[in-house]
Write a protein that binds this ligand. Structure first.
Ligand SMILES: *Cc1c(COP(=O)(O)O)cnc(C)c1O
Length: 413
């Protein structure tokens, strides 16, 4: 976090050369990632080191899958935690480890999670030298697979089950960051999506998806992004600023619709979050919105032209999940289904001739309880999850009081 409590942004957003943009379809995902990162990071990391980091972090694919004429899904769930957050977490963990100097104090990452962030951060930092991760998750509020991902790691990852809500977990972590004694003893850092090192790698798959659509002979590309904290769509807009010629962006939310409301009324009114079926997007005051506002500070009209917001309640979400299954025999998680619905509504609204790509942010197996039985029976649980079931779960149970949490940290230093 910068001293002024704002968020870091690049001083200047580089525009990528036309030759690269026009030939995107000749590059692989890691090649694209390297080129984009090199332009954003400049000389901060020597090329050979950056290449190593990229090839180690982005070691899974992100395919677009055609579901009908001009409707594609971008599958971002092929990483170890089965959610798009793997892109950010894997890149960030390696960057943090890279900048840790020899002999320096271990980096202690504290992270509160409602489910997906914790798994990605745990698996991203797993085995990364001189780092330790402590994950706080709310008891009874994460899915079975998410709990496995949080609690079966061992080594430099430890899990704490808090008898409380996600907000309680978040409050404990925040208080730890301001506690004098803890900061004297440990080198604490956060791993949530306000970290710029999580945002940068998320630009990579926009370029790569665009490249794949070019290969299919498509043009006028539109991205529909299921949004919570607005990091994901923020990365898409950053890619646009770097020169990716995207036609339009759709910000798809559940009933936590602060941004869609802003885009249609011009009034930005954060509100307390409401629980929904797409719980990774239950955010009433999106932390990355200020970054988007900053990118368009001289051109709010431009932002409103480029981005349209849509929001849906749980009933509509469920209906979308059923539609997708019945029409395509494809299973989409609730977050993904919202992005699909928004894309369909936008295309219907006189935007024929565009090619829509909606982002699938998580594998449906992570949210088995969200589906009616006839669909959840069709979800194929990936092999890496089955392997977790054989491993012992290790976690500590704590209450939501700060003193107990602090004592645990100090006693287990
Ligand atoms: C985190 C998450 C989101 C929201 O992404 P933001 O970058 O916070 O907008 C959407 N879907 C899933 C499955 C997630 O885990």
């Amino acid at each position: 976090m910068p001293q002024d409590k704002g968020l870091y942004m690049p001083v200047e957003i580089p525009r990528l050369d036309d030759k690269f943009i026009n030939n995107l379809d000749n590059y692989t995902l890691p090649e694209i990632a390297f080129h984009v990162a090199k332009n954003l990071l400049g000389d901060d990391i020597p090329e050979d080191d950056l290449k190593k980091i990229i090839y180690d972090a982005i070691n899974f694919y992100a395919p677009i899958v055609g579901l009908e004429e001009n409707v594609y899904v971008l599958e971002l769930f092929h990483g170890p935690s089965l959610a798009f957050k793997d892109f950010g977490a894997r890149f960030m963990s390696r960057i943090m480890s890279y900048f840790l100097e020899e002999g320096e104090k271990q980096l202690d990452v504290l992270v509160a999670t409602s489910g997906d962030t914790g798994g990605a951060v745990a698996l991203g930092f797993f085995g990364v030298s001189n780092t330790r991760v402590t994950i706080l998750y709310p008891k009874g509020k994460v899915s079975a697979i998410q709990k496995l991902q949080l609690t079966t790691n061992g080594q430099n990852i430890r899990a704490i089950e808090i008898d409380g809500t996600f907000d309680d977990c978040q409050a404990l972590v925040k208080q730890a960051f301001t506690d004098k004694e803890l900061n004297e003893k440990f080198r604490l850092t956060s791993a949530n999506s306000i970290n710029i090192a999580r945002l940068i790698p998320q630009t990579f798959y926009y370029f790569n998806a665009y490249a794949q659509a070019l290969k299919e002979g498509k043009s006028k590309i539109v991205f529909s992004v299921p949004s919570g904290n607005f990091g994901n769509i923020g990365a898409g807009l950053l890619a646009w600023k770097m020169g990716l010629p995207v036609e339009h962006f759709i910000a798809a939310t559940n009933v936590n619709d602060t941004v869609p409301q802003f885009l249609s009324t011009g009034v930005y009114q954060p509100k307390p979050s409401v629980s929904t079926l797409s719980n990774a997007m239950d955010v009433g005051d999106p932390s990355n919105w200020v970054r988007i506002a900053d990118m368009f500070k001289e051109n709010m009209t431009g932002l409103k032209k480029l981005v349209t917001g849509y929001s849906y309640d749980d009933e509509q979400t469920l209906k979308a999940m059923e539609w997708i299954y019945d029409a395509y025999k494809y299973v989409a998680c609730p977050h993904t289904a919202i992005a699909w619905q928004a894309l369909k509504d936008w295309q219907q609204d006189n935007h024929t001739g565009t090619t829509g790509i909606f982002l699938s942010t998580a594998h449906p197996a992570k949210f088995p309880d969200a589906f009616p039985d006839r669909i959840s029976d069709k979800v194929v649980v990936p092999k890496q999850v089955k392997e977790l079931e054989a491993k012992p779960k290790q976690y500590v149970k704590l209450g939501k009081d700060f003193e107990g949490f602090k004592e645990y940290l100090l006693d287990n230093g």
